[in-house]
Design a protein around this ligand. Sequence first.
Ligand code: SF4
Ligand code: SF4
Length: 168
Amino acid sequence: MKEQDVINISQRRRRKDSYVLPLLKGMQYTLKNFFSKKLTIEYPDQRREVNERWRGLHRLVKDDQGRVKCVACGLCAAICPASAISLTPYEEEGGTRYPVDFQVDELRCIFCGFCQEICPREAIVLTQVYDYIDLERTDFLFDMDKLDRPEQFWFQEKKGRFHKLLGS
Ligand code: SF4
Ligand code: SF4
């Protein structure tokens, strides 16, 4: 073995006072951020704005007369990669079609947005509701009633229920 192949660890050790500079640098960083604008928020009392294109819980859109715009064509259910949508169509004598039952399994959904994109009537949209939680598997099966009011399922709206369960 040649002399240049030997690694002398003791030469690489820092001097005992070499921690002072990093310490000062750390304090400088802390002080700088202490007076800067806070990045954290008091969730869930405060909520971050998300982009308009955010893909959260679904809504079945209604027209001016309060009827669902959906004509139960089934395209959304057909394209859904997670098989999260199921519906039962009904057709009146005049040819008017609408779903008598429409269900989205929000636990199966991967929020890809395909259903919204393919809908010829813009009848199904993904909203900005991003923090829905619940206790039962069945609570995540959104029927036409729940799909009409996704904003009621913000975590904030259900906070009281969970506090009660947790005894807090
Ligand atoms: S967002 Fe995607 S996965 Fe979810 S229901 Fe629509 S098509 Fe299916
Ligand atoms: S694609 Fe649109 S119109 Fe067709 S079933 Fe789905 S929500 Fe209804």
